[in-house]
Write a new protein. Structure first.
Length: 307
């Protein structure tokens, strides 16, 4: 690599243009990066291309032209397919390229991915994210990352372009995912608790708007109560983060603790609540729809302009 290549910004690709990935790709473009994308929904990738990016038909085609590949898919199975499946990225990623793994996965699986990529000379950053679709679009995510210094040297500015804060937690793959597991434990429990509290108040005859106003100005408030119960008040369960996401994520939380024989009673209860909601056909709705599992409550109807 000559000096000019060394000083040029890395070429970046994003695989997965869901609620988070699309915002992250747009943030990278806003920061001045030439961004290529791939998504199984060709129309979504084509729309991003019309905004000024470049769409590629397979992860392999995208991998062949980038220095940093960011994976923002749902789970470890999809990450596996992106990297090692038919049309996967690994055979086309150049040695020294960086794969940035932003999905929520079991920390042990993250460490395995790092080892497998190292066999091809590809660097790996364990980099799950938090903040939701709105912060992704604004380039204001929190990233919980770990990996080798060489990976940060190339991909560090890319992480900064997508995030308000990038936590560097160490060199070992899986550390970022371990912190994300703890975060998702709290997020899932807080949403479930917020739904339970709001449902109790409604059942007791307290007007939902009044309850929300009081709690959001009292010691019982949480970020999740304030954010998710606003969806309930609006009667809008358009999925920004779906019930099924917390079925998955709290399942990962419980699975990661099992080998340690570590009890997680609150996480287990919250997981059962999300499972109950999914079993009732609510899996594709916003995670605040977990409130619908409670009987005998009249939830607010959709307000004008909500879906």
């Amino acid at each position: 690599m000559n000096d000019q290549e060394r000083s040029a910004p890395p070429r970046v690709g994003v695989v997965g243009l869901g609620a988070m990935g699309l915002g992250m790709a747009r943030s990278l473009r806003s920061a001045g990066y030439d961004v290529g994308v791939h998504d199984l929904r060709a129309d979504v990738a084509a729309e991003f291309a019309r905004e000024g990016g470049t769409a590629y038909a397979t992860p392999a085609e995208l991998a062949s032209v980038v220095d940093v590949l960011v994976g923002v898919v749902v789970n470890s199975a999809q990450t596996e397919a992106v990297l090692f499946g038919e049309g996967g990225a690994v055979p086309r990623l150049r040695p020294g390229a960086v794969f940035v793994m932003c999905s929520t996965v079991d920390p042990a699986r993250s460490a395995e991915l790092a080892d497998r990529l190292a066999e091809s000379g590809v660097l790996y950053l364990d980099a799950p994210v938090s903040g939701g679709a709105v912060r992704a679009a604004a380039g204001e995510l929190t990233m919980m990352t770990s990996g080798p210094a060489e990976a940060y040297a190339l991909a560090g500015p890319v992480l900064d372009a997508m995030s308000a804060t990038v936590y560097r937690l160490g060199e070992s793959a899986g550390l970022g995912s371990k912190v994300k597991v703890v975060n998702q434990l709290l997020a899932g429990v807080h949403i479930a608790a917020a739904a339970e509290a709001m449902a109790l108040g409604i059942r007791a005859g307290v007007p939902a708007e009044a309850l929300y106003e009081v709690i959001t100005h009292s010691a019982g408030n949480s970020w999740m109560f304030e954010n998710r119960m606003a969806h309930v008040l609006a009667g809008d369960y358009t999925p920004l983060s779906a019930v099924d996401i917390f079925v998955k994520d709290l399942g990962i939380v419980l699975d990661s603790a099992r080998p340690e024989r570590f009890p997680l009673p609150l996480a287990a209860t919250a997981h059962q609540m999300f499972l109950q909601a999914a079993a009732a056909g609510l899996g594709g709705e916003d995670d605040s729809a977990v409130i619908k599992i409670f009987p005998g409550i009249d939830l607010p109807e959709p307000t004008e302009g909500s879906n």
